[in-house]
Design a binder for this molecule. Structure first.
Ligand code: ADP
Ligand code: MG
Length: 549
């Protein structure tokens, strides 16, 4: 290496902003906490909703943590890290997003106090990491078993995931639909239950009441048949899935066609007609009575199909094609010439129905379909969107419960139990990490505290009482937000999959640790976002109406 002398060396471009050490931590922590505070009041069944307005004036009314943070378009990097926590939680479990973000905020708040006491960040990070691992152990220890046959319990889990959200009123019905749907697509792989939730399609149609929502044992496609002459209803349908156009494309043959006489033109058109007729004949020969085509269908082909009494739908989305294949047990064929009877799927009914003025294709009464659809109805777009988000959470929790077979009691009871366990653990660890582990334990109390607050209870008294109960061994106690008192959560059936809490604690801890490790924020010139005050400067102007955070 060359010798460096006293000359200062510039490694950053001109105009770059830099915040170092304690200041960097202070900025990042306050931004992260601001994000956590933004969703805090939405926690639990008594949580409030937020109205988000974007630049175009579009409105979203929601109680869903992940959605709120997504719509807020947070720009500060530390804020974005918090949004990632919600997104990960949403992807991994589908529920528990608010919990994850609030816990992360509280971990950082407690870390701030320790930093003020001159405890080095690396000690805090170590302690938090140890505490997070211990929490996972404690969660396992306090978990109860649930099996896929316990329908009622699973419906209850779905119901709890939806309380406080838009679909609460229809929680019972949605719970039933959700459990049926999840069980239907669940598969066994290597002796383990696996649920691919993407095989539960949620199709929204405005109009009617949320109670009109239904589970379709198959698929609903927002399309109509290509030709009015085709039958509207086919029973015992034999279904062909084509990933090929029923068209003759000149560009594909890449040949130039010179037509010099009307006879030639006639000949050419006849030739084209013959080819299309051939394609239809191939479909007919396979025995198909319904064709779903991912690409286009030529007018002439439509005409011939209609004459054969075959129903055809064109330009079907790729995801719908895949779900159709799973629902009807059909094979997607990429070359019409290859289509034979063994590629066909089946459905009891294929029917075009008018739903609130729009034609939709129902493929239902499939035998043991591995893909199903929930058709969501509701008076307005906002209602339907929030219903969809509720269903998404419900599907996530039921799937997690079936996959893992483990649940815990909610209402803040599991958080207190883990918190007390961590306190014990902290004592056994000793040293300076002990402080960080205790701070972690304390941070988990934010969940029961916030639930108590949202119910209008005295949060400090409630927390003291709740801890006392748990210390006496009454570990099922949590916050009954409806009757504003402490109650046995098993009795109230407030159950949640263990995975929600595992994921929430893991990602909250990870983001807190990540933020704490940063002691240098370098922002390139012009942007200077790292140096901006924690006012979440990235919010669209339309959101000026939100309370200051
Ligand atoms: P998240 O996005 O974290 O899932 P929610 O707004 O769904 O946030 O609130 C979840 C919290 O509310 C959990 O701690 C859960 O135990 C609690 N909760 C849900 N239903 C009830 C209930 N009926 N009584 C008490 N607590 C409940
Ligand atoms: Mg929830």
């Amino acid at each position: 290496m060359t010798q460096l002398t006293g000359q200062p060396i510039l490694v950053l471009p001109e105009g770059a902003q830099r915040i170092l050490g304690r200041d960097a931590q202070r900025v990042n922590i306050s931004v992260a906490r601001a994000v956590a505070n933004a969703v805090r009041t939405t926690l639990g069944p008594k949580g409030m909703d937020k109205m988000l307005v974007d630049e175009l004036g579009d409105i979203v009314v929601t109680n869903d943590g992940a959605t709120i943070l997504d719509e807020m378009s947070v720009e500060h990097p530390a804020g974005k890290m918090m949004v990632e926590v919600a997104k990960t939680q949403d992807k991994e479990v589908g529920d528990g997003t608010t919990t994850a973000v609030i816990v992360a905020g509280e971990l950082l708040k407690n870390a701030e106090d320790m930093l003020d006491q001159k405890i080095h960040p690396s000690i805090i990070v170590r302690g938090y990491n140890m505490a997070a691992n211990k929490s996972l152990e404690l969660l396992k220890k306090h978990s109860l078993d649930v099996s896929a046959d316990e329908t009622e319990k699973l419906e209850q889990i779905a119901d709890i995931a939806m309380t406080g959200k838009g679909a609460e009123r229809v929680g019972k019905k949605f719970g039933e639909i959700t459990v049926k749907a999840v069980k239907q697509v669940a598969e066994e792989r290597n002796g383990k239950a696996v649920v691919d939730t993407e095989y539960i399609k949620i199709e929204k149609k405005q109009g009617g009441d949320m109670l009109d929502s239904e589970l379709i044992e198959g698929l609903v496609i927002d399309k109509e048949r290509v030709h009015a002459g085709m039958p509207k209803l086919i029973k015992d349908a034999k279904i062909a899935l084509l990933d090929a156009a029923m068209e003759v494309k000149e560009t594909e043959t890449n040949a130039e066609i010179r037509i010099t006489s009307p006879d030639q033109l006639q000949g050419f058109l006849e030739q084209e007609g013959k080819m299309l007729k051939g394609m239809v004949a191939q479909v007919k020969e396979s025995g198909a009575t319904v064709v779903f085509c991912q690409k286009g269908i030529d007018d002439v082909a439509q005409h011939f199909l209609s004459k054969e009494g075959i129903v055809a739908v064109r330009r079907v989305k790729k995801s719908d094609m895949e779900n159709l294949a799973r629902a009807t047990d059909a094979k997607i064929v990429t070359n019409i010439k290859d289509l034979t009877s063994i590629d066909l799927g089946s459905a009891g009914i294929v029917e075009e129905r008018k739903i609130s003025g729009d034609d939709m294709i129902f493929v239902e009464e499939c035998k043991d379909p591995k893909s199903v659809t929930i058709l969501v109805r509701g008076g307005t777009e906002h209602v339907i969107d929030e219903a969809e988000r509720s269903l998404h959470d419900a599907i996530g929790v039921v799937a997690s419960a079936i996959e893992d077979g483990k649940v815990v009691l909610g209402g803040g009871s599991i958080e207190i139990e883990v918190s007390l366990g961590l306190d014990e653990y902290a004592k056994s660890v000793g040293g300076r990490e002990q402080l960080a582990i205790s701070a972690f334990a304390k941070a988990l109390e934010v969940i029961p505290r916030t639930l108590a607050e949202s119910a209008g209870m005295d949060s400090i008294d409630t927390l003291v009482e709740l801890k006392a109960k748990h210390q006496k061994g009454e570990k099922n106690y949590g916050i009954d937000v409806t009757r504003n008192k402490l109650e046995d959560m098993q009795k109230l059936k407030v159950i949640e999959p263990t995975r929600i809490k595992e994921q929430a604690i893991t990602s909250a801890s990870e983001v807190a640790e990540m933020v704490l490790r940063i002691d240098d924020i370098i922002s390139s010139s012009g942007k200077g976002k790292g140096g901006m005050p924690p006012d979440m400067g990235g919010m669209p102007p339309g959101m000026g109406g939100m309370p200051p955070m």
